[in-house]
Design a protein around this ligand. Sequence first.
Ligand code: SAH
Length: 395
Amino acid sequence: MFTVTLKPKRDRPTRQGHPWIFSGAIAAVDGRPSIGEPVRICSASGDILGVGAWSPESQIRVRMWRFGSDAPIDEAFFREKVTSALAIRAEMGARFQTNALRLINAEADGLPGITVDRYADVLSGQFATAGAVWAKPLVVPLLMELTGASSFYDRSDVDGLAHEGLPQTTGLLAGVEPPERVVIQEGDVQFEVDVRNGHKTGYYLDQRESRRIVATYAVGKTLLNTFCYTGGFGIAAQKAGAKAVTQVDISAPALALARANTVLNGFAEADTEFIQGNVFQVLRGFRDRGRTFDVVVLDPPKFADTRSQTMKALRGYKDVNLMGIKLVAKGGYLATFSCSGAITPDLFRTVVAEAARDAGRTLRIIQELRQAPDHVEALNFPEGLYLKGLLCYVE
Ligand code: SAH
């Protein structure tokens, strides 16, 4: 194993268990490790800090596999990591009444770059870093063995691989070809998931608990679900007894799946209002016509990928929240989200507060919302909290 030596005084994050080592912290490498290969990490004084994966092209030059020892990164290592990730989720299927869970949440599960979701019997994964790609041949068979899944589909069509100098990959990794649509259960709601073409690994499991919570506020009410994707918040609300649901998305394939999911759950397509269009324009149209809703859900895509895009993202969140708040009927609810990791919960509150002020409405937070619990957060990796939301009562 090659050794990477850190600069003096640059070993603190690693000693504290942070999984990332930036290129600027590295003093020397005693050879030319290949892309993704495990390397020994040593402090300037020669202490062994652990083993990480070598990313020669990325600013994040090393992602740590293990801390405090230079024992090998082999099948036994991954078996232990995967087993403990599965143990964390062992009771979650029953607790959250679902057969779809995030099984491996990358850094937060000690497996940087590796994300694996389970949709019924189908595993769908992203291997987004050099180390993750290197580990793929070890991790895939282990997950097949330990979960008993029938398929493992690769959805490593992620932008991050470009930073690693690696190509994107998709396709079957193990088992049989998954069905065109995998039907999953979330409580008493069913959803069709397209693991080949859907977003990320196919679907947004991270909003599962928020869909359930928001639905309970929509009983007998009208609900506007913006950025609806495959209809999640709207269909959960219908199942809970919402009076009328409006689903808005810019993507035709997403709306097609939203319609299919509506029917799958026993509702007539004609009873839901589906609008294909840009949310910003659609909301303006509602405002001009004086239309309001009892519950408004705002779940936009990531507006900021990096810290440098934060300012632009903040304007986007402010605009969408301003328009959304204006459409909430007096005494109604707003469920508003941000999935940009660069936007902290405090910053998000500030933006929503500004939007409320500009809209001339008073908002009270009833509940803070987060990524679902199977998307565990690690205390040594605060970057792992990306999805946050506010459920507000609007006066
Ligand atoms: N709430 C969803 C996930 C939303 S993902 C769930 O619970 O599953 C974000 C969605 O926003 C995507 O479907 C994307 O097509 C849509 N989108 C992105 N920009 C948009 C815009 N300007 N107007 C309307 N929809 C948009």
